[in-house]
Design a protein around this ligand. Structure first.
Ligand code: GLA
Length: 346
């Protein structure tokens, strides 16, 4: 019989002892997330609806007497300093950003262990950042609210990892729960936890294809959305974001922009509306409608936003033929990663 894997807390603590010979002062963790709906709209001031997944990332930290800082991650057999490439960007980036916010520079050893798959669109990097912030704040005896944590982690992604992501992932990793979806308004930061009906199960199916957000296609989509907004503003007047553009205004601006920009903007505008309808259906327990809206979201991401990938399309098609599947769509940034499925249960 297979032994059950040790929880990430235990693995992080063992790693810390093995590499640095010390016991943790604190251990903190953050869940990965899967987005139910509202894809590629967070950086356009839109609405998103992620939910936590059971997998977590844990960070164990020991405060030391000196000023030196080292970190080690499970699976990477090397203790790193701040010049390390890859995952160290997140840990040392968080520490640097915390200092910019007035935190004192103290010596620390950190060890990371977790189960959130990397590059699968389940926010492994945001979970690492959020867990690092939480552990460090606990070591320093400080606190921050969820939106400050999310803002700090987003800055780390932008400045240290070079990914111009939105607010959704760190916010979700900081506050989302497994059976409560986080309805986040990315324009105002307002948020609310909305219970997922007990008669549905949220499943995540990994297509096995991996992608890196830093590969440029994510940034390209974001830039296209911004160009579309500028074109629309040239016709209908200034707008703060695509959130503030109606479908009628988009159509009125069609002649002023390349076709591809029109499609990108159409995805964003219709997706924000789908989030609203999905949340209404979820609150009212209209399960079939929720599934249909997810299907429409996938079609829009594939046709208009151009971020789906063949294995996601095949997986979605196959799952939809199962009688208890209500809906399925690609989730996350796209070009690889997972499909999120809504299944009737009980
Ligand atoms: C990535 C980014 C998020 C969001 C999604 C797409 O996960 O980190 O900010 O833009 O892609 O919805």
């Amino acid at each position: 019989m297979d032994a059950r894997p040790e929880p990430p807390e235990v693995r992080a603590e063992k790693l810390l002892r093995k590499w640095f010979g010390v016991a943790p002062s604190v251990i903190a963790s953050a869940h990965g997330r899967v987005n139910l709906i509202g894809e590629h709209v967070d950086y356009c001031g839109g609405l998103v609806l992620p939910v936590a997944i059971p997998q977590r990332t844990c960070v164990a930290i020991a405060r030391t007497d000196g000023k030196s800082r080292r970190a080690v991650a499970e699976g990477f057999d090397e203790a790193m300093g701040e010049s390390g490439e890859g995952w160290p960007h997140y840990v040392f980036g968080v520490w640097e950003e915390l200092e910019k916010c007035g935190a004192p520079r103290v010596g620390m050893f950190a060890a990371i262990a977790g189960d959130v798959p990397i590059g699968a669109g389940l926010s492994s990097s945001a979970a690492l950042c959020v867990a690092t912030v939480k552990a460090t704040l606990a070591v320093l005896g400080r606190s921050m609210d969820a939106s400050e944590i999310a803002d700090l982690c987003r800055r780390v992604e932008h400045r240290y990892a070079g990914v111009p992501c939105g607010l959704m992932d760190p916010f979700a990793c900081a506050v989302a729960e497994e059976r409560k979806a986080l309805l986040l308004d990315c324009e105002t930061g307002e948020h609310e936890l909305v219970p997922v009906p007990e008669t549905v199960r949220v499943e995540v199916v990994d297509t096995g294809v991996r992608r890196a957000l830093a590969d440029g296609r994510y940034a390209q989509r974001r830039a296209e959305s911004e160009r579309a907004l500028a074109m629309i503003a040239g016709v209908v007047g200034p707008r703060a974001s695509l959130r503030r553009v109606s479908l009628d205004e988009l159509h009125a601006s069609k002649g002023a922009m390349e076709e591809v920009l029109f499609r990108r903007a159409r995805h964003v505008i219709t997706e924000i509306e789908r989030v609203r309808r999905f949340v209404d259906a979820m609150r009212a327990g209209r399960l079939g409608e929720m599934g249909g809206i997810m299907d429409a979201s996938h079609a829009s991401l594939r046709e208009d936003f151009g971020v789906s990938w063949p294995q996601a399309d095949e997986t979605v098609e196959r799952l939809r033929r199962e009688p208890d599947v209500l809906g399925a769509r690609m989730t996350g940034a796209g070009f690889g990663g997972c499909v999120v499925v809504l299944r009737r249960c009980g």
